[in-house]
Design a protein around this ligand. Structure first.
Ligand SMILES: Cc1ncc(COP(=O)(O)O)c(C=O)c1O
Length: 367
């Protein structure tokens, strides 16, 4: 607590927007424990070679730090386009500080007062929070019992509410559920505004699960959002990006801050992209670890949602907070998120998963 005088002065004394009064900020705990399995990061740190390459790139970038960065992030957008494939070019790609900033720019451009954003919940908790921050009305439509999006119900909801922005998270956080392309297409065809397919976990999807990137040519209102925070193991870099029609990129120029992406961020992200094969080599390991975890949980009588991501939603616990706390007491930090009675665990290293399994058996009296 700072000793700043003015005792008794609090947030309530500030001219805060009415719609922000009494709200809580987003905040997954950041604790130092044996197994940190709560924010869906990739557990494998960069190799010594990549660390050195990033250091060199940052040093080279430092020489020009008296100047503003490339406002258009041209080289980086080209490298991201090359990584994505699907005939995507730099003009289709936009990058920002994490996909959260991408989503915020989308809502700044297409949402705002008098506009609605619609999402299918449970889903990523930041979607409504970013909507709130941009004064966009949030419309929550429930997913089905197995966490899917019912295409007919979704189209009906879109027609009823006429949102400027629809969020489809696939694979979905916190449930791991991926959407069939037909559902995305039906919603894109019916939506009066843009449809954001948040594919933060795309690289983890199971064989045969499609990406909405294949819809971009047909549906100019579809925006696919991606990130280097998950499969790319670069959460600390803060680099998110989207692929869409170039007109969408033009629209975002109207709301982005000038020079929003630092020279250092651009240099580090470009270097990481050059090491894409190495960074993504852990994805196969994590997918196998995830599938093994799903099998293990089911074999031990837990209910588990099918997962196309690097985390697993499992239950059910009449008192999930107690289970969460029991795990934390044993040095295992997972996430109390999503529908009541369920918990979410990120797939970590084999060592971390062994610790988790043992702690879970203890916490649930199965040991
Ligand atoms: C579905 C989804 N979208 C976006 C993000 C944001 O990621 P970042 O801002 O690190 O790119 C997350 C992070 O957990 C997520 O789960």
């Amino acid at each position: 607590m700072s000793d700043f005088g003015h005792t008794g002065f609090s947030i309530d004394d500030l001219p805060l927007r009415d719609d922000l009064r009494g709200q809580a900020p987003y905040g997954a705990p950041q604790l130092t424990v044996k197994a940190v399995l709560n924010t869906n990061e990739n557990p494998y740190p960069p190799s010594p070679e990549l660390v050195e390459a990033i250091g060199r790139a940052a040093a080279e970038a430092a020489v020009g730090l008296n100047r503003y960065p490339d406002r258009e992030a041209t080289a980086l957008r080209q490298a991201l386009a090359d990584y994505l494939g699907y005939g995507v070019d730099a003009a289709n790609v936009w990058a920002a500080n994490g996909s959260n900033e991408i989503l915020q720019q989308i809502l700044q451009a297409f949402g705002g007062p008098g506009h609605k954003a619609l999402g299918f919940e449970p889903s990523y908790s930041m979607h409504p929070i970013i909507a709130r921050g941009t004064a966009t009305e949030w419309v929550s439509v429930p997913r089905t019992a197995d966490f899917d999006v019912d295409a007919d119900a979704a189209v009906a909801a879109v027609k009823e509410h006429e949102p400027s922005v629809v969020f489809l998270t696939s694979p979905n956080n916190p449930t791991g559920t991926a959407l069939p392309l037909a559902t995305v297409e039906a919603i894109a065809a019916a939506a009066p505004g843009v449809v954001v397919v948040d594919e933060a976990y795309a690289e983890f999807r199971r064989e045969g699960t499609p990406s909405a990137l294949s819809l971009l040519r047909t549906y100019p209102n579809v925006i696919v959002s991606r990130t280097m925070s998950k499969a790319f193991a670069m959460a600390g870099v803060r680099l998110g990006y989207l692929a869409a029609h170039p007109a969408v990129v033009d629209a975002l120029q109207l709301v982005r801050l000038p020079y929003h992406l630092s020279t250092v961020t651009q240099a580090v992200a470009l270097t990481a992209l050059r090491y894409a094969d190495e960074l993504l080599s852990a994805v196969a390991t994590l997918r196998a670890e995830r599938d093994a975890l799903v099998d293990w949980l089911r074999a031990h009588g837990f209910e588990v949602a099918d997962s196309d991501a690097n985390f697993v939603l499992f239950g059910r616990f009449p008192d999930r907070s107690a289970v969460f706390q029991h795990l934390l007491d044993q040095g295992v930090l997972i996430r109390e998120v999503g529908p009541p009675e369920w918990l979410r665990v990120t797939v970590g290293t084999p060592e971390e998963m062994a610790i988790f399994r043992e702690a879970l058996l203890t916490a649930t009296g199965r040991a």
